[in-house]
Design a binder for this molecule. Structure first.
Ligand SMILES: NC(=O)c1ccc[n+]([C@@H]2O[C@H](COP(=O)([O-])OP(=O)(O)OC[C@H]3O[C@@H](n4cnc5c(N)ncnc54)[C@H](O)[C@@H]3O)[C@@H](O)[C@H]2O)c1
Length: 249
């Protein structure tokens, strides 16, 4: 029970990788708080795991402040933060506009910053804590139809390193995972929006793995749990690819 007595906040915990992470951390003893823009979904997961649900839009700093306040009021502390909330709207870059750039950067990059900004001071004060950011292989190798998303995720990887350096003296570790294609609603949005072209985009990602398959959310959750746990006590500033060998650096 690596998380006995620990409190974990998982953003975007109502679905996919966040849901699997909440289940995994709870199974290992954590009390979980599920923050999600999908409030009903968060409530369902929190009910199942005897946790706390809060409405959270990571792109809105007021919403972030309220959600973090709610978690601290209920549990008193946050030991583990999983910055998992994310979204993409597949579109070739030439067809996008600045409104879309702001939206995608707001959720995928600024959202990670906003929640970290709200949670990290408490961790530093207690000289204890672990943050795991969910980046993407898109941020390492670039993903067709996802230029802004790729840029945001590359930003998350850089942010992870910088915060790891700043927080180390307070005994707070900060790491990231970079998933490849994982069977979730987000991955399957491309085929939904673009039909055959989207299916080809998805198949292209699968073909880029050396394992020749999509990953399951539980496989990412296992790596997040490792990085969040004391098993990774000497690991900080790293980005762990969980991608069937899609990239190897
Ligand atoms: N599925 C993949 O192939 C894949 C690959 C690499 C990285 N990722 C990343 O994994 C993370 C989880 O994605 P997923 O695949 O599980 O997708 P998902 O769509 O199943 O889950 C995303 C969750 O985030 C929530 N969310 C979206 N916008 C939000 C906001 N503004 N504030 C709070 N919550 C918000 C959604 O409601 C949803 O519950 C994301 O950061 C995504 O970029 C996914």
């Amino acid at each position: 029970m690596r998380f006995e007595g620990k409190i974990a906040l998982i953003t975007g915990g109502a679905s996919g990788i966040g849901l699997a992470t909440a289940q995994r951390l709870a199974a290992e003893g954590a009390r979980v708080a599920i923050g999600d823009i999908n409030e009903d979904g968060a409530r369902g997961v929190a009910g199942e795991l005897d946790g706390l649900a809060c409405r959270l839009d990571v792109s809105d700093t007021e919403s972030v402040a309220q959600a973090v306040h709610a978690v601290l009021s209920e549990f008193g502390t946050i030991d583990v933060l999983v910055n998992n909330a994310g979204t993409d709207l597949f579109s070739f870059f030439v067809k996008t506009d600045p409104g879309l750039w702001d939206f995608l950067l707001g959720v995928n990059l600024r959202g990670v910053m906003a929640v970290t900004h709200a949670v990290l001071p408490g961790m530093q004060e207690r000289a204890s804590g672990a943050i795991v950011n969910v980046a993407s292989e898109a941020g390492r190798v670039g993903s067709q139809g996802s230029a802004v998303y790729s840029a945001a995720k590359a930003g998350v990887i850089g942010f992870t390193k910088a915060i790891a350096r700043e927080a180390a003296r307070y005994r707070v570790r900060v790491n990231a995972v970079a998933p490849g294609p994982i069977e979730t609603p987000l991955l399957n949005a491309a085929p939904k929006v673009y039909g055959e072209l989207g299916e080809r985009l998805k198949q292209g990602m699968v073909n880029a793995t050396v394992m020749g398959r999509c990953g399951e959310p539980e496989e990412v959750a296992a790596s997040i749990a490792f990085l969040a746990s004391d098993d990774a006590s000497y690991v900080t500033g790293q980005t762990l690819n969980v991608s069937g060998g899609l990239s190897m650096w």
